[in-house]
Design a protein around this ligand. Sequence first.
Ligand SMILES: Cc1ncc(COP(=O)(O)O)c(N)n1
Length: 578
Amino acid sequence: MAPSKLSLESRKKHHILTIAGSDSSGGAGIQADLKTIEAFGCYGSSVLTGLTAQNTQGVQAVHEVPAEFVVQQLKSVISDDIPTCIKIGMLTNASIIKSIAKELKNLNTINILDPVMISTSGHTLLPEDAIEALKELYPSINHFTPNIPEAIKLTNYSKLKSKFNSTSNGSNNVNNNLNLEEMILLAKETNLKTGAFTVLLKGGHSSIKRQELLNLKGKYKIIWEQSDEDSDDIEVLSLFSKYIEIQQQQHQDNLVVDILVNKGEIQCLFVNKKIESKNTHGTGCTLSTAIACTYATESREGPDDWNFRMFKRAIAYTQSAIASATPFGQGHGPLNHSHLSVKRTLPPPTKHNPHPFLSHLIQSNLPLWKSYVQHPFVVQLGKGTLPRECFEHYIKQDYHYLKHYARAHALGAYKADSFEDISAFTDIASHVARESQMHVAYCESFGITLEELEKTPESAPCAAYARYVIDVGTQGDLLDLYMSVASCLVGYGEVGLWLKKQVDKGEAVLEGNLYKRWMEDYSGKDFLNAVERGIENLERRVAENPPSETRLTQLTHIWHECVRLESAFWEMGLKLQK
Ligand SMILES: Cc1ncc(COP(=O)(O)O)c(N)n1
């Protein structure tokens, strides 16, 4: 049967056009770009500006393509299918630059310029007069990815530096190994001079130490290697990952910092450990093309929505391509463009990020997660200012909820087909039964008997949440069930630990607090062990059977629903909602 038009349309790949030079050795230029585009599952077309006779040791010759023929290629491609993004690399000469600038003016595409000037091997790929002509191209450039030497050349940085630094002798020789403050100045200046909507200054030529970054903490958003967290949000996530300690172990590493600027403002700093490798030929081409691909494939609010995650994904792809490259040739070898990290929906667990699935879930909607684990109910409870009737209402409802929650785990044990899973579920079910004794004790202290507690009608938010959990557990498979119980388990552990930290900081009180037992139970060893086990089980299940993109979306949806219902549960307590 012929596939329907609709399904074919929905299978259309994102079209990325690369305007660049050919590298006969296959590591940089058009060849690197097309391999990258393939790796991201997009469709790549190409317009050649020049042919290089090149290998991993150097560029032996360049054959320039006549400007008219460059334009002819461009017209052929775009008259047939308009690309989402155009990535521009080696432009060969001024007349090609001017011709392309003229054509791009009339196009509505997103254009990314990687200003290739000198090859890694030291060969000039763009003559001086052509550098001046780049200015004609700037008005059509949305995103610009220079490295440090390129940005220095394009901004007249030495002059700028002497203006800011009174100790400078004003010499024109600026070292490429800039410190972080200098890089930030350079990145802003590049953004200003080129007028590009965003600039990513690639910091590979400088080695930055961790202390330099720590000095800037709180001033800029810093995004660390292989993590989905940025340091500002680390507290929310810190509790079940071993992250903070590991970051502290990285003191001595040489770090590469790429700086993202948007309209003159620093958006964030991407930090990666420097990979010591000879296989870096084509790194700039690969990264700029990867940015075009992540821009095209990620969901966006509008054309100017350059989410930092797009850059993070593109940088991570390029880093892994360097790290997994195998030797080729005698000089600087090419990257491994076909490594699998792009196709994988979740990164593998690492010592930096031991719970990639949990990290994904939390990061997928961090404000929602924060609204749950740092809800005003929790904050007031920690300070001891929560009205008693609110807590009383909450604890009675939570008693009901726990019964459903234990039943959900019993259902899990019923559905499970290994003793490992059966005992994991029954362990938690018994733990929940023990947990409910605290609720009984609190009610007793409020003069509410067990009989009265059992008879209290269930509130709508409690019934809604319990129904959702049991419903997902009944309809779905074991992983769905794990998902429907996960946010409660992880969230309460998080709340318990967070309140403990707040006590240490003097933001919450334990002694004399009516809710002391509650706080101690949820930050106690017994409960936290159960949380750890729950997280390990979840990660193991997902690692054993990696979810497809669609499945991951379904699982994330269940998580979001539960987090939302958890927030509504606190809200019920605060508002004494029936
Ligand atoms: C055709 C072409 N385009 C770009 C580069 C820059 O790549 P690298 O900086 O890795 O030498 C190159 N060498 N050749």
